[in-house]
Design a protein around this ligand. Sequence first.
Ligand SMILES: [Zn+2]
Length: 115
Amino acid sequence: MPYDGSCHCGAVTFTVDADTPTQALSCNCSICRRKGLLLTFVPRSAVTIRGEEALREYLFNTHKISHRFCTTCGSETFAFAQTPDGGEGCAVNLRCVPAVDLAALEIQHYDGASR
Ligand SMILES: [Zn+2]
């Protein structure tokens, strides 16, 4: 069943056409640790965005991941990147999805800092 998310101020809302995840990836890289991102990965085509004009892009390092955050409230709702098979992927920040019980998520730790 699709699930909805939003930035904090509500300027950006989105719907993900996938089942509500029970797992999330927590990464220790320089940006994930600072933003506290809890991520799930879906094809970009599965994400419908409203209010996209409120988003700004943040790029760093190799510029391969397009981090998107709300210019009003600063929430990073998701990031876009090419998947290993060459498709367009989206990493959804589950902290922006109210229907997800964060405490119940099975967390997979990823050592992004060492890559
Ligand atoms: Zn916002």
